[in-house]
Design a protein around this ligand. Structure first.
Ligand code: HEC
Length: 390
């Protein structure tokens, strides 16, 4: 039984306690891998799909649209065409948009704030969350401030105007709930109106935006009310309205910073894990050829996978490397699955195999339950949200 290539010892011959440790180890790695898949789903795949498709991967890693399109210059934003304000134009009731965003958003989305990785301190920062994409037809900023008031997460920032604002408690005492709510609703409306008007940069710089609805100026928090020079009549037209697929893809691309973080964390832990699962399999009693292929392949595919994350950033050929990620990812998953299952069954005699079989059956049933009760409804929910946005 033990004509092997691994120095005489095979898994089957190990003392029972050692085999039990290895068994629990392999099973935990298997479970961990499923959680890894869930993580990839939330990080990279677009609404409603279990795992990222080619378009998601190319956007995430290469930052360009897919299928390939030519750059259309007409989509580029021409700054000179942005509406300018004439300081001598007649003044109407207006609002200090820049101050509102500074107080309501940049406190967290700014230097030292709890979410300073997405800064909202300057107009250039804001432009990134104004980009209209298929997920956010009016831009992400517009989307989050119109989100659910009962939640506070990456899809709902409305509370920033209310409960999450610095001065909420003090003002509640001073003004009472009804007045305060009205003031804050007016702040929110003025920002929405500003974005709907194309978020003219000049009115941000001047901290004076002429309100389309003057009533808002009467009820808004007094410190944000200001007279503002009227905008030129054609202001609306000058603002680009089209979705620029290049900007959209670029806005999804992982930053060098997070990619570096991912690379170092993944490379170190995978090197460790896949070496161990590979070693366990290497001590099985399968033919040497099978062991020589299957033992190292997971780690090799993993390193290729991570290399492609970086190669995908190359100009021109990048997207093809992004596609390779699908293949390398599949090899890792398949290879690991085989290593685990084959090693486990190689470790025990007839009785142990039966026990393993029962455990796996239970695991499979459990997985089926989770899939029907949690995963599938979650995916359907995401599909609905994705559809509602477009
Ligand atoms: C009290 C702190 C705080 C305030 C105030 C705040 N945010 Fe946030 N914001 C956060 C946190 C924390 C997250 C991450 C939430 C998560 O991932 O669940 C976030 C996430 C976001 C995101 C999503 C970022 C991403 O990762 O895609 C946007 C867009 C956003 N906020 C916009 C705003 C806007 C606009 C305002 C002002 C109206 C605002 N936020 C006010 C803390 C804040």
């Amino acid at each position: 039984m033990s004509q092997t290539s691994s120095g005489g010892i095979t898994l089957r011959e190990l003392p029972l306690p050692v085999r039990l440790v290895l068994t629990t180890f392999l099973m935990s790695v298997g479970l961990g891998y499923f959680w890894g898949m869930a993580q990839i789903h939330f990080k990279h795949s677009s609404g409603g799909e279990p795992l990222p498709g080619i378009k998601d991967l190319v956007g995430r890693f290469s930052g360009v649209p897919w299928p390939k399109i030519e750059k259309d210059e007409s989509l580029a934003v021409v700054p000179a065409e942005r509406p300018q304000i004439d300081p001598n134009a007649p003044k109407v009731p207006g609002v200090k948009i820049k101050s509102i965003i500074a107080d309501r958003c940049a406190v967290c989305h700014g230097n030292g704030g709890e979410k300073d990785d997405v800064p909202l301190e300057k107009y250039v920062d804001l432009e990134k969350v104004f980009v209209k994409t298929s997920n956010y037809p009016k831009g992400q900023f517009h989307f989050v401030i119109n989100g659910n008031r009962t939640k506070f997460n990456k899809d709902a920032m409305k509370q920033a105007f209310f409960e999450k604002s610095d001065d909420w408690k003090d003002q509640l005492k001073a003004l009472g709930k009804e007045t305060l709510e009205k003031q804050r609703e007016a702040e929110l409306k003025s920002v929405v109106d500003w974005i709907d008007a194309g978020a003219p940069e000049a009115t941000y710089d001047a901290d004076a935006f002429p309100l389309p609805d003057p009533v808002v100026g009467k009820i808004i928090t007094p410190k944000y009310a200001t007279p503002a020079p009227q905008l030129p009549k054609n202001a609306e037209k000058a603002v680009p309205k089209k979705v620029d697929p290049f900007k959209e893809a670029k806005s999804k691309q992982l930053s060098i910073n997070s990619l570096t973080q991912s690379t170092h964390a993944h490379l170190l832990s995978f090197a460790m894990l896949w070496t161990l699962t590979g070693l366990v399999f290497a001590y099985s009693s399968y033919p040497t050829f099978v062991k020589c292929v299957l033992s190292p392949i997971v780690l090799i595919a993993q390193v290729a996978d991570i290399s492609c994350w970086w190669l995908a950033r190359l100009e021109g050929v990048g997207p093809y490397f992004a596609m390779v990620i699908m293949g390398t990812g599949a090899i890792v998953g398949l290879g690991l699955g085989l290593q685990i299952v084959l090693s486990l069954f190689n470790m025990y005699s007839y009785k142990g195999k039966m026990v393993l079989f029962v455990i796996m059956l239970v695991g499979l049933v459990g997985f089926g339950l989770v899939a029907t009760k949690v995963v599938i409804p979650q995916l359907e929910e995401e599909k609905k949200t994705a559809e509602a946005r477009s």
